[in-house]
Design a binder for this molecule. Sequence first.
Ligand code: UDP
Length: 403
Amino acid sequence: MDNHKMTWEAYRDIAPSGIVDLGHRISERLKGKTLLHVNSTRWGGGVAEMLHRLVPLFQDLGVDTQWDVIEGSPEFYQVTKAFHNALQGQAQVITSEMYDAYLKINKKNGRKMDLNADMVIIHDPQPAPLIYKKKKQSKWLWRCHIDASRPQRNVWNFLKSYVSKYDGAILSLPGFARKLNIPQYLVYPSIDPLSDKNKELTEDEVRGVLRKYNIPEDKPMILQVSRFDRFKDPVGVIESYKMVKKYNDCCLVLAGGGAADDPEGAQVLIDVENAAEKDKDIFILDLPPDANIEINALQRAATVVIQKSLKEGFGLTVAEAMWKGKPVIGGFVGGITVQIVYGQTGFTVNSVEGCAYRIRYLLNNPEFSKQMGQNAKEFTRHNFLITRHIIDYLSLMIANLNL
Ligand code: UDP
C-alpha cells in the first residue's frame, strides 16, 4: 500500500481537464451524506485494491465513507468460491447445506455490522444477502465485478432473489447485463495513475529493474504481465514470440506471480518453462504479490505489451500498459474489447499467428507504434482512470438519493 495521503486535488494535472472541478462541484451535493462499501476481503484481488484507493478519495471529497468487510469461515469461502465459478459458467454442485452455510454467515455478519448509511454498495455475491438489513430510507446498490453473463441457472436464480431486492445493480461491462427487475448501471473498473503500479518512474528506476532481472536493454522487449493461468495463454504468447523471433531480434518477458501457492499456477509455470526451451531471450519472472514498482518498470520498458487472454473479466493490465503509452495486443475477449479500439488504441487478435503478425507490424513501424501508444494513453485518461470511476459513483449516489 502506498502510504501517502491521497487527495482529489493531486489528480488535477492527470485527469482530463475539468474532472477535478466537476468532482468538487458534484460532491458538494453529497455533503453530510454517508456511503458504506462492503466486500469480503480487505487484501488481495482487484476489488480490495480498488477500494483501498477509492475510499480515501471519497473521504477527501467530503463524502462520509466507510468500508467494512464481512467475516467468513473456511467453509463459507469454499461455498462462495463455488458460487463464483458457477456464476462464471463452470458447472458446480451446490448442496442445500452449502446454501444454508452461506446464508448463516451473512445473517451472523448482519447482526453485528452497522449497515446504516444513506447509500450502501455491496460488492460481489459473498455479502449479497445482507440486503435483509436495508432500511426504507437508504439506497442499496449491488456491485458485480464478475462476468455473470452465462451463469449456472440454479445459482443465479438463488442469488437473483437477493439481488432483485436492491435499488440497482452496477456491472463492469455491457455484456454482463442480466434480466433483472431493477435498474442496471455500467461502471468500468479503473487504474490509479498515482499508485506504485502506475506512477511515473525515472529512467534509472526502470533500468534498475531491468538489471535486477538481467533483461537486455539493447533489444525490443515484448511483455505480458499476468498470473500463470491458462486463460491468459502464456504458452500462446511464447509461440507468437518464436514466430516473430525468426525475423526480428527481440526478447520476451512473462511476468506473473502467485504460482507457488496455486497448484494450477505451478503447473502452468512448468508448461511455460518447457515451451520456452531455455531460449536465453525469454525471461519468466515469478514475482511476489507486492512487486508493483517492478511491474510498473517492466511496462514502461516494454516496446509492445501483450494480453493474449482467451477469457477475461476486464483486464486491468491492458489499461496499465495503455496508460504508459504502450501499444497493446490483446485477445478479443471480455473487457479487452472495450479498451482496445482496433487499429487506434491497440490491436485485438484471435490467434497465435495474428498476434505474431501484429507484434512484427509494431516492431517494424516505430512511428505508428508511438502514435498508437499516445492514443492509448489518452483513451485511458478519459475512460479508465480512478477519477472517472469516482465521478460515476458520485453520479449514481446523486441519482439514487434524488439530490
Ligand atoms: N499483477 C500483479 N502481479 C502479477 C500479475 C499480475 O501485480 O504477477 C497485477 C496486474 O498488474 C493487474 C492485476 O494483477 O493489476 C491483474 O488484473 P487483471 O484484470 O489484468 O487480471 P486478473 O488477474 O484479475 O484476471
